[in-house]
Design a protein around this ligand. Sequence first.
Ligand code: CA
Length: 379
Amino acid sequence: MKITRIITHVLEAPIEKSFAFSQAWVDKRVGLVVEIETDSGLIGWGDGYGPPFALATVIDRYYAPRLIGRSPLAGDAIWEELYNALRDHGQRGVPVQALSALDIALWDLRGKALGQPVHVLMGGPIRDSVRAYATGLYRRSNTPVENRALLQAEAEGYLDAGFTAMKTKVGFGFRDDIELVEMLRDIIGREIELFVDANHGCDLVQAKKLALAMEPLDIGWFEEPVEPEDLDGYAELRRTTSIPIAGGECSFTRHDFRRILEARAMDIIQPDTASCGGLTEAKRIADMAWTHGVRYQPHVWGTGIGLAAAMQLLAVLPTTTPAFGSHAPLLEYDSTQHPFRQDLLVEPIRVADGTAHVPQGPGLGVEVRRDVLERWRVN
Ligand code: CA
């Protein structure tokens, strides 16, 4: 089997009601889907998390020419070659995100060629279902009264849907943040897990103040409190609060995560499979995290293809640590408005009673709807 063609699909869709995290208002959803064709007729699908036009350019101009005529089964060799091809100019960021999309598509192809789901080829399954948490509860209005009402209804909706864990956004200033988190804890009660995410919208002083104020609210983790470059800040915050400190969605490859783990900067690392170097690299990082006794909680923010890749990884993430009461990783389930995240799949990955099941078909275990791909394609 040989690779014959690589197609990049840049997708964009406006959303009706924008929402905000600490950095910006979101008014459209974007995605980069990559398609690898082979002379066998099999097609591999991948998803890249990053600026889609930039990812498409790197793939089209720099990576694709190296892949034509190659066997898609030689995944590790291809990974090393592509990483090395742009190593001098991109050890993190866009080049690694573009590599991630291709790596996921290669795993999909390998699974289809061998008739096995990716997680079986990766040595699993360790688990075939995963508890999900709802990612949502973004700012939805600049009018505080209206915003509180919208978020209250949203949180109640997640409870009604059966979620046992959810995540909200902080980084809007101390008063706003603490009032929001107190309100949500009141609404959802003590049995439901609650996580907060600042998207590196705090400096260390703000992060410490917020963490200490949130101590009585039983927060499951405080995500991206400070800038991803500031590992010393992470480590200092981690020693200041009992709230577990999480981060890593803006970090790349084993090299970044080695530094994070050695600095004891985080309790929970959150590589994004479609950004950190693909399934190949995510599994390597997971093994490093296990070795350091650090939890791995994948970041997921892409199309249904990325979601499927995350599920395949979740099926094989090591348990920390094996015991009757051992902790299992959660699926991050993006519950915000997204016109094509789920529509893109013939059979979307759904959460029911707070749980998602690992796709069991060959490769990523999902089929892509071409009509949806064409509808939102902008390149
Ligand atoms: Ca995040």
